[in-house]
Design a binder for this molecule. Structure first.
Ligand SMILES: [Zn+2]
Length: 304
């Protein structure tokens, strides 16, 4: 593999991370953010070899595989892609490294080794073109494990996951309606259940319910088939829009400040308590309630 030009390395420099925390609570990376990170990682890693992997502590949320360094070093990265909120990195020996950003995890790419390795730079990946990727996670809710490609879906983190929301043959109105029909919990809780649909979190559930005009507190079993169809469509719309805002090329993913494009996401209701409800003639303000210890944002007039 020929070394990358300085321009390529500079191009690939940046920070791949989840949303920053806001004053009113925790923001965890959801499907669009992880998708954006995976697309950035794919450009930096696919076809490249890992020449060195430094593991600077034994654990994140869980113990790291003790053979992590041994199994990654010298391997060529074949593919980087996403399942739910997991980053999947396939190597040329069928090993797959699974990663999750947790709450505070981010990946920083630099053209070479920085002068200082920070106290939260837990894993440092050296790539054959000189690029260095650091997995930085101050709160250590991130996760990394190794799996095998042929049995990837059976890995304990993935086995119980429901369909991908953007897989229109798997996540249909019928599937959502059937999953909701037996549940006496609020629809918000059903959408957060990763076994019903994979990858949604607090932000995009609020956004999709607003888009579909369904109250987050609605008991799931009362959803009509028509509402389930509207909700599936809304989920696809808000996720697709958010992924597009993350950027279609790597340079769009990384802002001059080093932050990813999705920091500029304009959410319709999420984090907007007391502000005007957009795309709606309700002339009312976005409200916030707490469901299962997490904020939900909605428009009381638009949503039923
Ligand atoms: Zn409204």
């Amino acid at each position: 593999m020929a070394p990358a030009s300085p321009a390529t390395v500079a191009h690939a420099q940046g920070v791949l991370r989840g949303p920053v925390r806001s004053g009113n609570g925790r923001l965890m990376p959801e499907l669009p953010e992880v998708e954006t990170v995976c697309r950035g990682l794919a450009i930096a890693l696919e076809g490249r070899r890992l020449t060195r992997v430094d593991v600077n502590r034994p654990d994140l949320r869980f113990p790291l595989p003790t053979d992590l360094t041994a199994r990654l070093t010298g391997r060529r990265v074949e593919r980087v892609w996403r399942r739910a909120k997991y980053i999947q990195v396939a190597l040329d020996d069928q090993t797959v490294m699974l990663g999750h950003l947790g709450m505070s995890g981010r990946i920083v790419i630099t053209p070479g080794l920085p002068n200082q390795i920070g106290p939260h730079d837990h894993i440092v990946f050296h790539v054959d073109d000189g690029t260095v990727l650091r997995f930085i996670d101050p709160r250590r809710f991130g996760m990394i494990d190794l799996a095998t490609l042929s049995t990837l879906d059976q890995h304990k983190w993935l086995a119980a996951l429901g369909p991908e929301p953007l897989d229109c043959s798997a996540f249909t109105a019928a599937v959502l309606h059937s999953a909701s029909s037996a549940k006496r919990s609020p629809i918000k809780a059903v959408l957060l259940d990763q076994g019903v649909v994979a990858g949604l979190g607090n932000i995009y559930v609020s956004e999709a319910l607003h888009h579909a005009r369904i109250m987050p507190t609605r008991i799931a079993s009362t959803l009509t088939r028509r509402e389930a169809a509207a909700l599936v469509k809304a989920i696809v719309t808000v996720l697709t829009k958010a992924i597009a805002a993350g950027g279609s090329s790597f340079s769009d993913h990384v802002q001059p400040s080093g932050e990813l494009g999705y920091f500029q996401h304009s959410w319709a209701v999420y984090g907007r308590e007391g502000e005007g409800c957009p795309g709606c003639d309700c002339e009312t303000k976005v409200e916030r309630i707490v469901q299962s210890n997490r904020s939900t944002f909605y428009c009381a007039k638009r949503q039923r």
